[in-house]
Design a protein. Structure first.
Ligand SMILES: [Zn+2]
Length: 292
């Protein structure tokens, strides 16, 4: 939803602008209407940008799309029973550099502010999060992972075996980025996982991009149901053309997952958010605003 401030300030929370709410004082909770207490919220953070010179590696011809810049968002889901961080963005160390950082592979990245810094501005520390889940363990999705080593990660079994196994670079993972999670609390999943037990926030296995890639369904009351699609599709054109990146772990599994997720989107009447879509990202209201 637009324009409203999130109530994430630690210590005391002002609810005066919200309808029908009591006031929290000094962390002590007084009565709050049930509807308010049950509200599910989604906050969006800017966790970087990626610029490409070519879309060839994404299985696209240069004429398929003129998009050459990708958004890198992170999301915080606030549920009455806890908080889930979805995605970890670009490596936090990129924020030490002003502007774009080029690598020699035709790719530039920038991160203006780390996720922990953005959360701190809302009065939130990493340990205020109850669960972390990444769509997969590539470097543009686990960049802030080290700050969340005290939080339980929700990871598909195949992803855990790849990311923490003998040869993570085979899957284009950078294990240094998430080394702090190696001995961190971990809940290993085999497919669908209903995070808070009420069907509103559900992890869905979506293998192919990596062995244990997953996507996240979030059933928002006002915005409607959405699916945060990880890297199942990077571009609008990827979806239109069923284009599979050349660096995907399993092309056939990717295509099967694309078809299965399209069916689920239809069944749920859910809106797909292509996470890397800069066009979508620029239309969104960032935290402290929230969607509900
Ligand atoms: Zn990505």
């Amino acid at each position: 939803m637009k324009g409203r401030r999130s109530r994430l300030t630690a210590g005391f929370l002002l609810l005066g602008l919200m309808t029908g709410c009591a006031v929290f004082e000094g962390g002590r909770e007084s009565h709050v209407e049930d509807a308010e207490a049950e509200e599910l919220r989604l906050l969006v953070f800017d966790c970087g940008r990626i610029r490409l010179t070519s879309v060839h590696l994404f299985g696209l011809a240069s004429t398929d799309t003129d998009v050459r810049e990708l958004a890198v968002p992170c999301y915080l889901i606030e549920h009455p029973r806890g908080r889930l961080l979805w995605e970890g963005g670009l490596p936090s160390e990129l924020a030490r550099v002003d502007g774009w950082v080029e690598d020699n592979g035709g790719l530039s990245q920038r991160l203006d502010r780390t996720l922990p810094d953005q959360m701190a501005a809302l009065g939130l520390q990493p340990d205020d999060v109850d669960w972390i889940a990444f769509s997969h363990y590539h470097s543009d999705h686990v960049g802030a992972a080290a700050a969340f080593a005290g939080v339980t990660q929700l990871i598909q079994r195949a992803e855990a075996e790849a990311a923490f196994g003998a040869d993570p670079t085979r899957y284009f993972f950078d294990p240094d980025l998430y080394a702090a999670l190696r001995d961190a609390p971990r809940q290993v999943l085999d497919g669908r996982h209903d995070v808070f037990g009420d069907g509103r926030v559900v992890l869905i296995a979506a293998p192919g991009h990596t062995p244990g890639h997953q996507v996240l369904f979030v059933d928002l009351a006002e915005t409607g149901p959405i699916l945060l699609g990880g890297d199942l599709w990077h571009f609008e054109a990827s979806r239109r053309l069923r284009a599979v990146p050349l660096f995907n772990y399993d092309r056939e599994a990717t295509l099967a997952t694309m078809d299965r997720i399209e069916v689920l989107l239809e069944q749920w009447g859910a809106t797909l958010w292509i996470e890397h879509s800069l066009e979508l990202f620029e239309s969104l209201d960032l935290a402290p605003a929230y969607y509900r």
